[in-house]
Write a protein that binds this ligand. Structure first.
Ligand code: NAD
Ligand code: IPM
Ligand code: MN
Length: 361
């Protein structure tokens, strides 16, 4: 089975801890029944910890993850008791930026026709992946406020785009397409309005595309992309875009999958060989959904599918496929939470999937 893999597990806030608890139990089944060499390390970070002692993301934890861990599994961060979300940014961006996880890979696959809200469309029509740039753009936090609280106040957020950053995410999207036999990559920007930063995106996209002659490279403005996604998602296989647009497009994509309770994601430094300190982070696309917290109603499937992506990334792709197969079956049998047409609670829906996987291992 090889060397042991230590996974940092961080439930976070709101529904995060309850869905990650279910993902953790699934990983424990893999450890205890299938003998996967997984060591799970629970981290006490998030809003509760911040409110207790002011801790957000200590340097020693960051370094310990980088030295010891093969992956991080995160629920979600965001709590109304922390209005400026300081802890959430420190932790989430601390990993995305601090570990240089430049590719936020968000598959948009519908697992059942019932989940697709688009008129005349079925699950077959929803199967693409978004490569969201994850270390640059308007998320870098550069800028500031001036004359705050006065009638003359000014607020600036800079949109940072580097040649290296743009090129590596575009290349990662083409490489992903190439290795999976996909034939279409679409890049979405707003180069008609944001002529400096997005002219760079457009130029680099066409340049990189010439190195992938078998792949059709299509450029769309992001507003048109949103329209076309709703009209006919089946025309897309791989979409690459910047940090902010990727965030928005993947919530739209989640709607095609049955909602945020079904959308999984990986944040990776996409080089072919693992690089020291660039520990991949796996998280459902959804947030902490405060109104659902503590009620046993949140859909745990995004978290289970995310655990599947983690296993796939660590070298067990058959287990990623097995998890997706059983989640699909649960949806078919309506053994799921209310948001996706079932009657079960978080724990029962998750147990349905976990017990069937355990029986197969
Ligand atoms: P959200 O994703 O928490 O919720 C959006 C909608 O989706 C809500 O209607 C919610 O009920 C529903 N939903 C989300 N997850 C679900 C699940 N598992 N099962 C069933 N329904 C689900 O987004 P929001 O309300 O905009 O944000 C809430 C907080 O989460 C904010 O603080 C935000 O910043 C944070 N957030 C964090 C992350 C992250 O940590 N990666 C991601 C998104 C939002
Ligand atoms: C996501 C979230 C985050 C983002 C927030 C919480 C900062 O919406 O992971 O999609 O915008 O990246
Ligand atoms: Mn988001």
């Amino acid at each position: 089975m090889g060397a042991r893999r230590k996974i940092a597990v961080l439930g976070g806030d709101g529904i995060g801890p309850s869905v990650i608890e279910e993902a953790r139990k699934l990983l424990e089944v893999y450890r205890d029944k299938a003998g996967l060499p997984l060591d799970l390390w629970e981290l006490d970070l998030g809003a509760d910890r911040f409110l207790r002692d002011g801790t957000t993301f200590p340097k020693e934890i960051q370094v310990a993850i980088q030295l010891e861990c093969s992956a991080v599994l995160l629920g979600a961060l965001g709590d109304p008791r922390v209005p400026n979300l300081e802890h959430a940014r420190d932790i989430l961006f601390g990993m995305r930026f601090g570990f240089d996880l430049y590719a936020n890979i968000r598959p948009v696959r519908a697992l059942h026709d019932r989940l697709v809200p688009l008129k005349g469309r079925s699950a077959r029509d929803v199967d693409f992946v978004v490569f969201r740039e994850n270390t640059e753009g308007i998320y870098v936090g550069m800028g500031g406020q001036f004359k705050r609280g006065t009638p003359d106040e000014v607020a600036i957020n800079e949109d940072l785009n580097t040649r290296k950053g743009v090129e590596r995410i575009i290349r990662a999207a083409f490489e992903w397409a190439k290795t999976r036999g996909k034939t279409k990559v679409t890049m979405a920007d707003k180069s008609n309005a944001m002529r400096h930063a997005h002219e760079l995106w457009l130029r680099v996209f066409h340049e990189v595309a010439t190195q992938y002659p078998g792949i059709e490279a299509r450029h769309l403005y992001v507003d048109a992309l949103c329209l076309m996604l709703v009209q006919d998602p089946s025309q897309f296989q791989v979409i690459v875009t910047n940090n902010l647009f990727g965030d928005i497009v993947t919530d739209l994509g989640a709607a095609f999958q049955g909602g945020l309770g079904m959308a999984a994601s990986a944040n990776v430094h996409a080089s072919a060989t693992p690089e020291r300190g660039k520990v991949p982070l796996f998280e459902p696309v959804h947030g902490s959904a405060p109104p659902l917290a503590g009620k046993d109603i949140a859909n745990p499937f995004a978290a289970l599918l995310t655990a599947g992506m983690l296993l796939g990334h660590l070298g067990w792709p058959a287990e990623e496929a097995r998890i997706e197969r059983w989640v699909t079956k649960a949806i078919e049998e309506e053994a799921c939470t209310v948001d996706v047409g079932g009657k079960l609670g978080t724990r029962a829906a998750s147990a349905w999937v976990r017990e069937r996987i355990a029986a197969e291992l």
